[in-house]
Design a protein around this ligand. Sequence first.
Ligand code: ATR
Length: 265
Amino acid sequence: MHNTAFAALGLNWRYLAFEVHPDHLRAAIEGARRMGFAGLNLTVPHKRLALELVDALDKSARKWGAVNTIRFESAGVEGRTKIRAVGFNTDADAIVAALREDLKLELRGTRVLLLGAGGAGRTAALKLAAEKVAELFLVNRTQSKARTVAAEIKRQFPSQRVTVGYPESEVDLLMNATSLGLKPDDPLPLSRKQFSLERVRAVYDMIYRPAETALLEAARKAGCRTANGLGMLLYQGARAFEIWTGKAAPLDVMRRALEQNIYGH
Ligand code: ATR
């Protein structure tokens, strides 16, 4: 998506992927800085580690406690040019943009069941609270992690209603932030005995490959509006593009590039 966007804007830039061991993240960031990179994206398991490894944090990274985007910036320090690494987070805002665009959902005042309390689940939970959802239900295989996220929400958003466990009545949105659904034989990320999809208006699965997970298929058959995680991938990338280049991201070009690369059409 980035390479297609660079080409569309006539920028002689390249986006490349590198697999880096967490022990070498500091050296990798330093190497990219020394080699004149404009910036970096980071993914699992680097997003929280990077908080400690950049020279400065944008308020987005501070607020969500994770860095997925770095921009290398020149700054004049005592007459010498120094290049500093600044950490940003573009994931959290992408959640809201994707729900708005793909599900026509405005979060304020809604009831949300969130599955997963790992990195993605934690960021989503905090963002949902920041968007003033009416009530948030957190379900995770390891319940203690859901409780930790609930406690963090209470600390940052004291008036937010948050419950660990399934709701007893309808919800407006069910969001999957677990990794269940990536593999074809994965079970559903929720217990249909404990919570029926008939009680849900819309389902968002952060997974985008396969295009329709078993959860999304079941939700569609139960009459819910559904969307997969492609929009989140697109919007976090579009914001990163703008942070690096200072130019508006060509969203349609980027979406088409993603669909072509991921789904082959
Ligand atoms: P990410 O950054 O993508 O969120 P993660 O932090 O490893 O990755 O989180 C993975 C999420 O998927 C967690 O909520 C995890 O549940 P646990 O906290 O109990 O580990 C969930 N998950 C992964 N495999 C699972 C499985 N087989 N059954 C249920 N939940 C699973």
